[in-house]
Design a binder for this molecule. Structure first.
Ligand code: ATP
Ligand code: MG
Length: 248
């Protein structure tokens, strides 16, 4: 469903992604872990062309985009294949919970407002925010805001959801409700790539875990191979010695 070949990204003269090869099957959940600055967010952003890669290709379904040769209209189509969930929610502050969910349906997917509202209300129910349709982001908790961020991605029904540290801006007591919502998406077989520091959660939900460092994928394996008994010393030191005892 997704195939990435020799993906490079530079900012100025600095190479931040140094040749990423990656693939994802339909329904697969892949978690990405790795130190700060290793290129995890840049990789996710390249996957939906929020950042334009410098070299390499990305294929999603039947559409292959070459960094060296792509058209603007391809990017528009490409973006509609993935939805992004951001660490800081990225909600429209002057729009209600419901409007945040329906906005892209109306503007991007050109769905009739009445239908979009109906769909938005179903999503609001699914994310456990019934009664909060008319609330603005500043009237909602961080966990509730992020559930709207995820609800917005769900409503679009794109093939792949990309989540960039969806819980790391949250107070610890709010993390659980967001992870529960992601578990619901997992149970619905939605393909996802999740950048996360929630190692227990990554172990629980992922089909595969990827460790990135210095713009490269250093290792890819099952959650147990990467998180519980990593062979690679760099992963072991990243996780911390006590971690494998912690996680089981
Ligand atoms: N727009 C940009 N302009 C210049 N440099 C950038 C830009 N975005 C990212 N970088 C650089 O690219 C490198 C990788 O950043 P990225 O945000 O992808 O790392 P990350 O693995 O997501 O880190 P974190 O865990 O802290 O979120 C960093 O050195 C960063 O400074
Ligand atoms: Mg990041």
């Amino acid at each position: 469903m997704v195939e990435v070949k020799k993906l490079h990204k530079s900012f100025g003269g600095v190479e931040v992604l140094k040749g990423i090869d990656f693939s994802l099957e339909k329904g697969e959940i892949v978690s990405i872990i790795g130190p700060s600055g290793s290129g995890k967010s840049t990789f996710l952003r390249c996957l939906n062309y929020l950042e334009v890669p410098t070299k390499g290709s990305i294929t999603i379904d039947d559409l292959r985009l070459e960094a060296s040769n792509h058209k603007k209209k391809d990017i528009v189509v490409f973006r509609q294949k993935t939805s992004m969930v951001f660490q800081n929610y990225n909600l429209f502050k002057n729009k209600t919970a419901l409007e945040n969910i329906t906005e892209a349906l109306i503007i991007v997917k050109k769905i009739d407002k009445r239908l979009a509202d109906k769909k938005g209300k179903e999503i609001i129910k699914k994310i456990g925010l019934e009664g909060k349709e008319g609330f603005y982001p500043n009237e909602l908790s961080g966990g509730q805001q992020q559930r709207i961020g995820i609800g917005r991605a769900m409503a679009l029904e794109n093939k792949l959801i990309l989540l960039d540290e969806p819980t790391s801006a949250l107070d610890p007591e709010l993390v659980g409700e967001v992870l529960d919502l992601i578990r619901l998406l997992v149970s619905e077989n939605i393909s996802m790539i999740i950048v996360t520091h929630e190692m227990k959660f990554a172990r629980e939900v992922s089909d595969r875990v990827i460790f990135m460092e210095d713009g490269m994928i250093i290792e890819c394996g099952t959650p147990n191979e990467i998180l519980v008994s990593p062979k690679n010393k760099r992963i072991e030191s990243f996780l911390g010695k006590s971690f494998s005892e912690h996680i089981v």
